[in-house]
Design a protein around this ligand. Sequence first.
Ligand code: SF4
Length: 273
Amino acid sequence: MSDLTEKKPVRHLLGLSGGKDSSALAIYIRDKYPEIHEKMEYFFSDTGAELPETLDFINELEKYLRKPIIRLNPVKDFKFYLKLNGNILPTAKMRWCTNNLKIKPFEEFVGNDDAITYVGIRADEPQRQGYISTKPNISARYPFIEDGKDINDIRNILRDSGVDLPAYYEWRSRSGCYFCFFQRKEEWVGLYERHPDLYEEAMSYEDFHKAHGRSHTWSDGERLEHLKLPERIAEIKEATRLRKIQETSKLKKNLMERNCESADELGCLACHL
Ligand code: SF4
């Protein structure tokens, strides 16, 4: 008979966003720390508005990990919470979506158990803020910082495993909902060109607001109806091209100043901007 006063073992948790850092961390843990991988609970908070590329990527990653990735939010998705929030769409200032679709499901999943959550912040970005729980039973570990792993290491981990980068990186810089308001204009163009059906759906949310006498634009100060006009798309693409040239030359200058010893480093960073 088990002792009812016996303390439950600490849980080890790793949340996958479908982005490169958390995915590389899962691969790294599996390969470098098999004893932790053994105990690890991998999970993915599905908002119900994920890109198809993200869902495909999570399936691929699951095969590599050879462990199930637990899907949170199977029922209470974005549409459910939109209704609950009086059909008011989330914005960068009113971000009810992250709280309801990511943080709460995670905290419910952990409950009162003692848990360690593994976060994919890298050694070259210590200033980045991950989600830090205020719950006293949840503590965080940062294996990439502990082991001094930077962006190049992360790329190598993904490439060497054969999992590689999620396909959306060809046109978008981060994972998340297809209508995420943090997207750049050129990413909206990417959505329009790759997933016109999802773009239309994002437009329908703006239309719904308009029909109810409210104004909402997912993208700063511009309705999606306008953003998809051919002349506007050409304008956005040209602005993006110029910005990338500027960023690349700034990066090269910085690397020269750092007296970069490795030509590989320069090539790799410049190519992936
Ligand atoms: S990805 Fe964007 S829209 Fe989706 S929950 Fe996160 S902040 Fe909100």
